[in-house]
Design a protein around this ligand. Structure first.
Ligand SMILES: NC(=O)C1=CN([C@@H]2O[C@H](COP(=O)(O)OP(=O)(O)OC[C@H]3O[C@@H](n4cnc5c(N)ncnc54)[C@H](O)[C@@H]3O)[C@@H](O)[C@H]2O)C=CC1
Ligand SMILES: O=C(CO)[C@H](O)[C@H](O)COP(=O)(O)O
Length: 305
């Protein structure tokens, strides 16, 4: 299959590389020229503009957007729209709000698949988990690409109509916030508590057979191995927050209690409003875990952040 990929950052490059590895042809565009050159070196056909990308693709165009959520998605869609018709398919693999996705699906003639993507840059080797919303025919048509980008056939599924994919990913991220918070609280107690513990050893032991083993816990183990049991210079400052905010907003609207997600989100906001580094261990671990899965920058003590 031939796929256009727009956005060649941490995530988009993985889409490109996994598609090339699976034998698909890729036409690649990013506003950053270096990113385009790197994708060309990897075997993709670079396009200097979105118009050029559309012109390079054959009659039935398949395009994957992996750009920051919000205006960049609308800008790319508006520029691509004149080149696309109802036989064409655009996948938005970023963390868009599900209501933006339903709006975009209605606004455009081409088929629009909203695709929640989990696994982060750290999951490149295994492949991602993909939660897709939109027309069934378009999902079925893109299965060879989803097979390549995901861990395999079991790593993707159609969640429902337009918006459902990003809705499921939004809730996934709420869960992610709460899990990071609860691991953080446990390790904070162990760090502040009665014994002088090697937290990497604790995490490693838990990861081998314990009820609470998980990938996030493996990333905790990695964090303690690389930063030390006291997390070194990792600051009490947790960035991000948009998808967790949307989860809490939606829960309020649906009158579904989500105290753990809500508390985890508040802890993030708290980490930014203290006006100084209070050194809360749970928040410092969340800061480091965001690097672990997402390669988000780690705030360090002494940074201006
Ligand atoms: N990093 C992560 O762990 C995950 C990120 N996501 C989502 O995937 C999307 C991309 O994230 P990352 O790759 O991490 O970001 P990134 O910042 O590493 O890459 C974004 C790329 O998009 C390019 N770009 C920006 N506007 C553009 C435009 N109008 N046209 C073409 N290219 C444009 C930038 O130059 C950059 O290369 C975001 O929506 C993000 O929330 C989803 C799951 C995990
Ligand atoms: O979607 C993701 C992981 O699943 C991204 O890493 C996202 O950036 C995480 O959310 P936040 O930036 O609010 O921590």
């Amino acid at each position: 299959m031939e796929l256009g990929v727009v956005g060649l950052g941490r995530m988009g490059r993985i889409v490109v590389d996994r598609c090339l590895d699976a034998g698909h042809d890729v036409v690649a565009f990013d506003i950053d020229a270096t990113a385009r050159e790197d994708a060309a070196d990897a075997g993709a056909t670079p396009a200097d503009t979105l118009d050029a990308l559309a012109a390079e693709l054959g009659a039935e165009k398949r395009i994957w957007l992996m750009v920051p959520a919000g205006d960049p998605v609308d800008a790319a869609l508006d520029e691509l729209a004149p080149h696309l018709d109802s036989d064409d398919v655009v996948v938005d693999g970023g963390n868009s709000h599900f209501e933006d996705s339903t709006r975009r699906a209605e606004e455009h003639d081409f088929a629009y698949l909203d695709c929640g993507t989990s696994g982060g840059p750290a999951g490149a080797e295994l492949g991602f988990s993909l939660m897709v919303g939109g027309p069934e025919w378009a999902y079925d048509d893109l299965v060879p690409v989803f097979d390549a980008v995901a861990t395999g056939p079991d790593g993707h599924d159609r969640m429902g109509p337009a918006g459902a994919g990003h809705y499921v990913k939004m809730v996934h991220n709420g869960v992610e916030y709460a899990l990071m918070q609860t691991y953080g609280e446990g390790f904070e107690l162990l760090h502040e508590g009665r014994y002088d513990l090697d937290l990497e050893a604790v995490a490693r032991t838990w990861n081998n057979g314990a009820v609470i083993r998980s990938w996030l816990l493996e990333l905790c183990e990695e964090a303690f191995r690389e930063e030390g049991s006291d997390l070194g210079t990792v600051a009490d400052h947790v960035a991000g927050g948009s998808t967790g905010t949307w989860t809490v907003q939606e829960a309020l609207e649906q009158e579904v209690p989500v105290p753990l997600v809500s508390q985890a989100l508040s802890e993030r906001f708290g980490s930014r409003s203290t006006g100084g580094d209070t050194g809360r261990f749970a928040r410092r671990l969340a800061n480091r875990l965001r690097y672990g899965f997402g390669r988000h920058e780690v705030a360090r003590t002494g940074d201006d952040a």
